[in-house]
Design a protein around this ligand. Structure first.
Ligand code: ADP
Length: 481
């Protein structure tokens, strides 16, 4: 089975969040299951630098305002189609905006181009390559499904995975004329959305199936509270809606072999975590007193509930925990957290920035990781936490609710607890969870059993990849029918 995946980011080449982890890991997990996945990605500078350019497999004399070409390359274990379009993707900064965080003003054009190429490949423009299925991700590649539907690939089954409904790609109606779609597409059951053009909306409308990254989030987005204005459409498509939890790359995230760690360890040698913990204490300027270190590895945003956390830092310190926070994002939140660190020297440390290596050391050395998201489609850091014996403390929402078993009395005595959940998501409930954590941390045998139980959990891609394969098969049977 040939599946074309279309995505704006893929690990290890280009990553701003969990989407990249998923698109990077899924092809590898699928390879052992009879599915060959090829991934179309934009030719950002880091992507172009990852391979030696040879003859392209397809050329565009003009694609959204400039020359473009498609290269078929292998980078590591990944089979890629790279869209080389310098006028759209060859720029310094992030994949979606400048280094200072402003969106590129032509994002609508950049990701329409990516999607148009996805639609063209689905339609068979590359000789010798015809995908059986097209799998798009988030708004940046959602329009692929519209280009397919209004082009030559209407009969090719497609699905879109929503990694975060909050990002929708909404633009003014004025861009429609430049998208190269037929006039009929600009209507309610096409790409039109509240008078403008909605990229994600268009994808949700055109996809044969819609998936999101956990069963709970799949239910939540049918409600106005989590539906972000798209709950009506999602409800209409409820019979084609699936929730499949993400896995993680258990080779990269393996405490026994992880090169980023100061000391490797397994569930049998948890004591070795102390060396990683020492590295965390040094990096974050924390005093070493044996109290639990609760860490944060996150975008610092409202979605992630970082304001809720920031408001109860004093309470967390008073409860006897230390905090090590790695993140970047909202400048106001960065400031608030840095101020909290200054207030609680030795108890709270903050590193502003994005640091993959440090995030591994934190998972390998901290006692717990807190994830107080207001909504969380799946979440990956709690899965890394499980695997590393860094006990997750999570808000009971989305994928966090699906993947962590709360250490309540019943779960503790049954020996199945893997972390702590709290609800509702407010400072009081969060503090209560921290207090429970501090209490259990003081009981080394119980704590180690929570750690080991988490480390035993299957967080690999295996089961989830199997579910995607089942869905691909279902779509193929629908095409046959
Ligand atoms: P989201 O995609 O919404 O940001 P996820 O939990 O799904 O949230 O994925 C976040 C990913 O980004 C994880 O791999 C996490 O380790 C990583 N990450 C987030 N912030 C940082 C940071 N400041 N430094 C290093 N890694 C980070």
């Amino acid at each position: 089975m040939q599946v074309l995946s279309v995505t704006p980011e893929i690990f290890p080449l280009i990553k701003t969040g969990g989407l990249a982890d998923v698109t990077g890991a899924l092809p590898i997990a699928l390879a052992g299951k009879g599915v060959a996945m090829r991934t179309l990605v934009p030719g950002y500078p880091v992507v172009m630098a990852a391979f030696a350019k040879k003859k392209p497999v397809y050329q565009y004399p003009l694609l959204q305002g400039g020359k473009a070409s498609v290269h078929a390359v292998k980078v590591g274990d990944l089979d890629l189609f790279v869209l080389d379009a310098p006028h759209l993707f060859d720029r310094q900064g992030g994949p979606y905006g400048t280094a200072s965080g402003a969106d590129w003003p032509d994002n609508w054009r950049r990701f329409a181009a990516l999607s148009q190429v996805g639609g063209d490949i689905a339609g068979g423009v590359i000789s010798g390559y015809q995908p059986d299925i097209v799998h798009a991700h988030d708004w940046q590649s959602a329009m692929t499904l519209a280009y397919m539907r209004y082009g030559k690939a209407i009969g090719v089954p497609s699905l879109i995975t929503v990694h975060n409904l909050a990002f929708q790609g909404q633009f003014g109606a004025g861009i429609f004329g430049e998208l190269g779609l037929p006039a009929v597409a600009m209507q309610l059951d096409g790409v039109e959305y509240y008078g403008g053009v909605g990229y994600l909306k268009a994808g949700l409308q055109a996809a044969w199936a819609i998936t999101t990254v956990s069963p709970t989030y799949a239910q939540e987005i049918r409600s106005p509270e989590f539906g972000m204005g798209l709950d009506g459409l999602i409800n209409m498509r409820a019979t084609d809606l699936y929730g499949i939890v993400n896995g993680i790359d258990v080779d990269i995230w393996n405490p026994e072999t992880d090169k980023h760690l100061v000391a490797n360890y397994s569930a049998e040698t948890l004591a070795a975590r102390a060396k990683n913990r020492k590295a965390v204490e040094e990096r974050f300027g924390l005093e070493a007193d044996g109290s639990p270190i609760v860490c944060v590895v996150s975008r610092l945003t409202w979605q992630k509930g970082m304001d809720i956390l920031a408001a109860v830092v004093d309470g967390i310190v008073a409860a006897g925990a230390r905090l090590a926070i790695l993140g970047s994002g909202d400048a106001g939140l960065e400031g608030t957290l840095l101020a909290a660190a200054a207030r609680h020297r030795g108890r709270v440390g903050v590193v502003v920035g994005y640091d993959e290596g440090l995030s591994h050391v934190m998972q390998g050395g901290c006692d717990a990781i807190i994830i107080p998201s207001r909504f969380e489609p799946c979440g990956l850091t709690q899965l890394y936490g499980l695997r590393y014996g860094c006990v997750p403390v999570v808000a009971r929402t989305g994928g966090l609710a699906d993947t962590i078993i709360d250490a309540n009395e019943a779960a503790l005595s049954a020996g199945v607890a893997t972390g702590f959940q709290f609800a509702p998501n407010n400072g009081g409930a969060m503090l209560h969870a921290i207090q429970r954590l501090v209490e259990q941390h003081a009981r080394p045998a119980t704590w180690a059993s929570i750690q080991r139980q988490g480390m035993k959990a299957d967080v690999s891609w295996d089961k989830s990849a199997e579910k995607y394969v089942e869905l691909y098969r279902l779509l193929l049977s629908k095409r046959a029918a």
